[in-house]
Design a protein around this ligand. Sequence first.
Ligand code: ATP
Ligand code: ZN
Length: 296
Amino acid sequence: MTVDQSRLHIAIQKSGRLSDYSRQLLRDAGLRIQNGKNDLTARVENFAADLMFVRDDDIPTFVSDGVCEFGIVGENVLAEYALGEGEARFEIVARLGFGRCSLRIAAPETSAYSGPDTLRGARIATSYPCLVRRFLEERGIDAEVVKMRGAVELAPRLGIAGFVCDIVSTGATLEANGLRAVETVLDSEAVLVRTARDIGERKTGLGESLLSRIDGVLATRDSKYIMLNATEESLEKISAILPGAEAPTIVPLHGRPGHFAVHAVCQESVFWETLQKLKDAGASAILVVPIEKMMM
Ligand code: ATP
Ligand code: ZN
């Protein structure tokens, strides 16, 4: 594979829990990705970047080595890599709000568990040996960590280990295997990482432009534009209710003295309860509209 030095290389998971979200994020940032899900790379038609589709475990290495200037990967994978042997030369530049999960230690449902001391002398099966060892060391606990590449939940039943430490989102997999989570080692979400290596002026510029677009997408995800009408007396109360809004725009309504239109960008979700509160405070004709693009 020859690498084009004038283009950015962005590593994303080829297939798995992060792939669709990663592609969607880049599309929302305006990148037109040429199709073909089974290819190893894809060219972005309207931005000087190529995507590399790889296993998530390889992303920290690629970004550290500078083979890819950017990558989208779970913090769990990054953190394990950073504690391992390879030199971690990357920097988290955005938290992406998807792929949320936790690395948790779990025990068989039937066993007694009374805090981390219960782990003394135990065997813990995990695909995250470095993170688990750090967790134990920080608590001064001596226990044996058994590395498994997959099917970690089976370890207690197979008699390999008394405890497991694995990625959990809902806990359903643990439950199905007769386990319950007892400790949290790490909370994780997908992040955008940038190599810490020098990538030259052109690519640095491209990277900044990519990042500013992604920041814009993230900012609009939960943001809404609210418009409503209000009387002069109710303005203060209404402004205080608007969720996550900075200085709202307030303009007088033509032909209705003492009445104003209030416009605001709300950085948080707007729930029905909030609308009811606004109405109770004296607002009328309330409109909540999505924001398509935003650049700060
Ligand atoms: P690959 O083939 O790329 O190595 P994988 O099997 O290691 O894939 P996935 O199961 O697709 O990885 O998970 C990718 C990432 O998604 C995890 O590292 C984690 O950050 C995140 N994630 C979110 N929820 C979960 C979950 N319930 N179980 C596992 N991973 C999850
Ligand atoms: Zn993986």
